[in-house]
Design a protein. Structure first.
Length: 122
């Protein structure tokens, strides 16, 4: 037969959250509230003093000028050019392997799917 404890202090403390007792959890809650209240007070004091928040200035986007040797470039190098995706780049490389080297610099525009081709090549 087990004997129930007579006084509440005779009972072992409950362990609920992360194996912490009720008292530990209450202390953590109070400390968390104090930290958040402190952060809020600091923010409000900065705003009342008229201090501006940090503004991040970004550099303008840089345009890169890629040049490729049409007779030696891999499909990955072709993809670096604006307007040429993976499908067209692979098509250009496959055509070079089948038909040989391209004699003209604008001959890459003859492929189906290239919208920026010169008028003389269409």
């Amino acid at each position: 037969m087990t004997v129930a404890p007579q006084h509440p202090s005779d009972q072992p403390p409950r362990k609920l959250w992360l194996d912490w007792s009720d008292r530990d959890q209450r202390v953590l809650l109070v400390l968390s509230i104090l930290v958040f209240v402190g952060i809020g007070c600091q923010y409000l004091s900065w705003r009342w003093q008229g201090a501006a928040l940090v503004e991040i200035e970004r550099l303008p986007e840089r345009q890169y000028d890629f040049k490729v040797d049409i007779n030696k470039a891999s499909w990955i190098e072709w993809m670096q050019l604006e307007g040429i995706g993976e499908l067209l780049a692979r098509r250009i490389e496959e055509d070079r392997k089948t038909n040989g080297l391209h004699p003209r610099s604008h001959s890459a525009y003859q492929y189906r799917g290239s919208d920026d081709s010169p008028r003389s090549e269409r």
